[in-house]
Design a binder for this molecule. Structure first.
Ligand code: UD1
Ligand code: UDP
Length: 409
């Protein structure tokens, strides 16, 4: 704020009053006309988790007016995150349909997001990652010539069909975006190779670590959510059981890949009656069907609805190891020192593999069984993979992003 000097020698108080008045007026005018308008948009669970700390951080800044638009590409799984982080969206497009196609969700976001842009008139739109929401919201903003900022930019497999359609979504978003927040130096290099100017890129760290730290602060181990989870997995009967946590939802794994995973889990459950496999099943019908039809009758496999973030973090912390094809879990697990067997053939997150926590094993049933058995039996391997080494940031990514934005005129 610019200070104003007013007053005279005979009546210093009058001068002070006027000074206070003009300074207040100036602040008001600055707030009205100089505040930058930010519109943060997301639609799925992982985007919500990774943007929640940014929403909370921007809301603390007096020089920004922040609005939140959820496309609700996901519904239940999104609402779980909004509730945990206490975020009430300004716009809720409520777009999710049962078993939606890529065409459905992309068209709906493109069409409906433009109305939000007309109402909010943002200076900048923020998107995250590689979902249909992220790409279509970026395209919609481009059509309205509003600059877009990309959180978690620069991850690449350079195979446009894996992950599908996420690799292409992320590449197309990069073409549209003005500013790119790369989680790692490797991600920055990927962007430079695509001729994105260096001054448009900030290596911020991944906001997933900010979210993880914030979640740990908010976590209530004796609260209702974790109490419910404990009773669902009979935690009291065996607090120290080896628990294998499983998730899976990638389109490339629909059909054969997910069937193979379920068959592997069935074999492991029979081979090891003393372990417990906990599988919160994604709500996509393509995932629900194989999981419930192949795995519901085994005593030591617990199929659950998707967990709220608080319960999931608590459970990850207590898992022996994790079998997953998730992007976000590949980033959280190294920070928690939890070995991950990655049921994918490509990854845009090689840092987690180099860190030693994640091993990419694909979706062959025999291989999933043998690699899990190695982790269960080979103490040396287990210890090596469970050494916490986090290549994804220090929890200050949001602060860096806001600092970078403040430097833009
Ligand atoms: C989407 C993203 C993927 C991300 C994943 C996170 C795209 C193309 N895919 O995939 O990148 O990794 O989210 O989980 O953007 N459903 C519900 N309730 C929910 C959520 C989903 O019922 O709360 C069901 C619906 O039937 C919906 C279906 O799941 O149609 C698929 O959802 P969708 O967002 O299209 O795909 P995901 O596989 O979740
Ligand atoms: N997660 C959750 N509840 C669950 C499973 C996962 O809160 O039952 C969280 C997990 O901690 C991670 C994110 O959801 O932050 C990952 O989402 P998902 O695997 O659906 O998507 P991806 O990261 O692969 O895009």
């Amino acid at each position: 704020m610019i200070p104003i000097a007013i007053g005279n020698e005979r009546n210093p108080d009058a001068g002070r009053d006027r000074r206070v008045f003009f300074n207040s007026l100036l602040i008001l005018l600055q707030e009205l006309f100089l505040k930058k308008k930010i519109l943060i948009t997301f639609g799925t669970r992982p985007e919500a988790i990774k943007l929640a700390p940014l929403v909370l951080a921007f809301k603390h800044c007096t020089d920004y007016e922040v609005r939140v638009c959820v496309t609700a590409q996901h519904r239940t799984m999104l609402d779980q995150v909004l509730e945990f982080f206490n975020i009430i969206p300004d716009y809720d497009l409520d777009l999710m349909q049962e078993d939606q196609t890529l065409f459905d969700i992309t068209r709906e976001v493109l069409l409906h997001f433009q109305k939000v842009l007309l109402d909010a008139v943002p200076d900048y739109v923020f998107i995250q990652g590689d979902t249909s929401t992220a790409f279509a919201a970026a395209l919609s903003s481009f059509y309205r010539k509003i600059p877009v900022c990309h959180v978690e930019a620069g991850l690449r497999t350079n195979n446009i069909y894996s992950p599908f359609p996420e690799e292409m979504n992320r590449q197309l978003a990069a073409r549209i975006c003005l500013f790119h927040f790369a989680p790692t130096h490797r991600a920055k290099q990927n962007l430079l190779k695509e001729n994105i100017p260096a001054e448009a890129i900030l290596v911020s760290g991944n906001t997933v670590i900010d979210a993880l730290f914030e979640a740990k602060k908010r976590l209530r181990p004796d609260g209702a959510a974790i109490g419910t989870l404990k009773s669902k997995i009979n935690f009291a009967d065996c607090p120290d059981c080896k628990r294998i946590l499983v998730t899976g939802h990638r389109r490339e794994n629909f059909g054969e890949g997910l069937n193979n995973l379920c068959l592997a889990l069935k074999t492991l459950a029979r081979q090891h009656p003393d372990i417990q496999i906990v599988y919160p099943v994604h709500l996509n019908p393509q995932v629900q069907k194989p999981a419930y039809s192949l795995l519901s009758r085994l005593d030591n496999i617990r199929l659950l609805d998707p967990l709220d973030y608080e319960s999931f973090i608590w459970l990850m912390d207590r898992a022996y190891c994790i079998i997953t094809d998730s992007g976000g879990i590949q980033e959280e697990a190294p920070a928690l020192g939890k070995p991950v067997l990655l049921t994918r053939d490509t990854t845009e997150r090689p840092e987690a593999i180099e860190a030693g926590t994640v091993k990419m094993i694909g979706t062959n049933t025999a291989l999933i069984v043998s690699e899990t058995n190695r982790l269960l039996q080979d103490k040396h391997l287990y210890e090596k993979m469970s050494t916490a080494h986090n290549p994804y940031g220090d929890g200050n990514a949001c602060e860096r992003i806001i600092g970078f934005m403040r430097q833009q005129v």
